[in-house]
Ligand binder design. Sequence first.
Ligand SMILES: [Zn+2]
Length: 206
Amino acid sequence: MSVISDSQNLREKLVGYRRFFHIHPEIGMKEFETSMYIKEKLVQLGQEYKEYAVTGITVRINGTKGQGKTLLIRADIDALPLQEKNDVPYKSQTNGMMHACGHDTHAAILLGVVEILNARRNEFSGSVLLVFQPGEEGFSGASKMIAEGAVGDIATPTHDAAIALHATPAPVGTIGSKEGHMTSAADQITIRVKGKEDMGVGLTCL
Ligand SMILES: [Zn+2]
């Protein structure tokens, strides 16, 4: 069995997780129900976890092949203050809040990663630190978790490398990657694009 077939076998379950998160969106640092749901799933997997910054969660999975490096995998879990206009069975049930950035997908994916790595811990050395991060949308959730020691001392973190992903409305089966930093935002800029006519298009780069 490959990791790919493991993932395919989890498809239905992960779609269920994603839809739960989508139905129950919560904005930055108030992801109480979201966090509770994640913890519930971790308990079902027999997985221990730690909590930081109230709604943040970390899970460490140690490989049984011996000592080694630590890889951090992070997913953000917060929604946005937007009204959902889609008419789907899993439409947001919270007025004025919506998972419009895909963090519902990220959280569901990370739960899938926990399940697969947990089942395959005898196949790798070192460990994987999985981080469910609250408050990505302007609430400094990562800083708050770091300040509480989620990844050790900032100068000497407990991990050797970190990765994350972000969903994008590209065709299914398409991915993009880049070495180094990607989709990080320490600041926001607004630009005005002028064509033949000034359409007044404002782009916010996040
Ligand atoms: Zn996002």
